[in-house]
Design a protein around this ligand. Structure first.
Ligand code: NDP
Length: 444
């Protein structure tokens, strides 16, 4: 049995009831076979894959808090500290009823490779709770966040573990968490990222994931003799990533013709008017269908179907598994030649396999949306320096990081004889750096 298959069987056996974690390990290890097979003897002797697939630490704790009726509620809290070979753990906190240890281990595992790709000194972690902030009052959210941090503070610190936001954890939650950390520890330090601009947040963090996605897309196109200007682009979603992907694509001369939300999608053949979308989504918190009220020449369609619109490039920026095998076939039949993932895991495994097999230009989320965590890393740097960089300074660093990620994925794919396979390239490049650091640091 190959080392990869042996380890995968062990992970399944030793982590019962954790299907998401099993799936992530399988997908990553499968794409790393080339590098693992080439180094099998050394990696086996050093137990590299055993260590790579076992989190350094998983903390699980009780989070009691009082609701507005005066009743005590209890949620589960977690922090998965997966790998600190190349830096303090870094990764978001997710507050959502679906949160469990399997999902957080899957996300933490992926985060190790994503953070490595950014070139910044960040290990991988993830955390959160099955608490649902939807429908809760500000006071209830604060009560929950304070209780959550009253345990979490023991495990984190600016040089140990620096959490950020994720689903259900935005500026409000980060503010409450930061306030409680400071109060308990007496430390005013960059222990969390995604903070407000008045207390250590970074300019350009809001734009970072969407802008970064388009920067790396642009690099991938140029490296393959193509350009973004004049191309027709599909964007799905209309949240943070989608809006700023659309903005940057337009600035670079592309025509974005679609956006969506979980109810339906809009098609504007004249090009999306982003000020209208921002007003609906960022100001009024409305639905994407309201776009056609302002732009009657555009069309709104209820339900799925954004991937049926003919275009050159697709940027899935909504959610996981939003682009399946059928969608992938439709995109290819309609002439799409490049796909870059703004969301985490938006393409199903089958869709990804088809893109790779057909050799279109496909940049996986791990590389394509890394601009978000990279800019969180830049927020950490600014906090340590006690300085605030301008928007332009942060944006320039982000551009350089995305160029560098492309170069690393491209180079690794070429070195292992699969040029243009950026799925393998991104995983290999991220993995090599982490393994090198693990080997150098001895048996830990
Ligand atoms: P938002 O919550 O701001 O936006 C998500 C968008 O996707 C909304 O328009 C939402 O519509 C839509 N959506 C959600 N579910 C579906 C669905 N089933 N079908 C169609 N549309 C749907 O999130 P973000 O933009 O921040 O994140 C989007 C993705 O990018 C996520 O996968 C996230 O993990 C990933 N990501 C985000 C980063 C960041 O910095 N923000 C960094 C790296 C990755 P609705 O309003 O109807 O819910």
């Amino acid at each position: 049995m190959s080392y990869v298959d042996e380890i995968y069987a062990k992970v399944v056996e030793q982590n019962p009831g954790e299907p998401e974690f099993h799936q992530a390990v399988k997908e990553v290890l499968d794409s790393l076979r080339l590098v693992i097979d080439a180094n099998e003897d050394r990696y086996r002797k050093e137990g590299i894959l055993e260590r790579f697939t076992e989190p350094e630490r998983v903390v699980s704790f009780r989070v009691p808090w009082v609701d507005d009726k005066g009743n005590v509620q209890v949620n589960k809290g977690y922090r998965v500290q997966f790998n600190s070979a190349i830096g303090p753990y870094k990764g978001g906190l997710r507050f959502h009823p679906s949160v469990n240890q399997s999902i957080l281990k899957f996300l933490g595992f992926e985060q190790v490779l994503k953070n490595s790709l950014t070139g910044l000194p960040m290990g991988g972690g993830k955390g959160g709770s099955n608490f649902d902030p939807k429908g809760k009052s500000d006071r209830e959210v604060m009560s929950f966040c304070q209780s959550f941090m009253t345990e979490l503070y023991r495990h984190i610190g600016k040089d140990a573990d620096v959490p950020a936001g994720d689903i259900g954890v935005g500026g409000r939650e980060i503010g409450y968490l930061f306030g409680q950390y400071k109060r308990i520890t007496k430390l005013y330090e960059g222990v969390l990222t995604g903070k407000g601009l008045t207390f250590g947040g970074s300019l350009a963090r809001t734009q970072a994931t969407g802008y970064g996605l388009v920067y790396i897309l642009d690099e991938m196109l140029k490296a393959n003799g193509k350009e973004l200007a004049g191309k027709t682009v599909l964007v799905s979603g209309s949240g943070n990533v989608a809006i700023y992907a659309c903005e940057k694509a337009q600035q670079l001369g592309a025509k974005v013709v679609s956006m969506s939300d979980s109810n339906g999608y809009i098609y504007d053949p004249d090009g999306i008017q982003l000020d209208v979308v921002k007003d609906i989504k960022e100001v009024r918190r409305g639905r994407i269908k309201e776009y056609v009220d302002a732009v009657p020449t555009a069309k709104y369609t209820e339900g799925k179907g954004v991937w049926t619109i003919p275009a050159d490039i697709a940027l899935p920026c909504a959610t996981q598994n939003e682009l399946n095998l059928e969608d992938a076939k439709t995109l290819l039949a309609n002439g799409v030649f490049a796909v870059a993932e703004g969301a985490n895991m938006p393409s199903t495994r089958e869709a990804t396999d088809l893109f790779v097999e057909k050799k279109i230009l496909f940049m996986p989320g791990k590389a394509a949306n890394a601009g978000g965590v990279a800019t969180s890393g830049l927020e950490q740097s600014q906090n340590s320096l006690r300085l605030s960089w301008t928007f332009e300074e942060v944006d320039q660093r982000l551009q350089n990081i995305m160029k560098d990620i492309f170069a690393k994925a491209d180079d690794a794919a070429k070195r292992y004889g699969v040029p243009g396979n950026y799925v393998a390239g991104a995983n290999i490049a991220g993995f090599e750096k982490v393994v090198d650091a693990m080997l150098a640091q001895g048996i830990v």
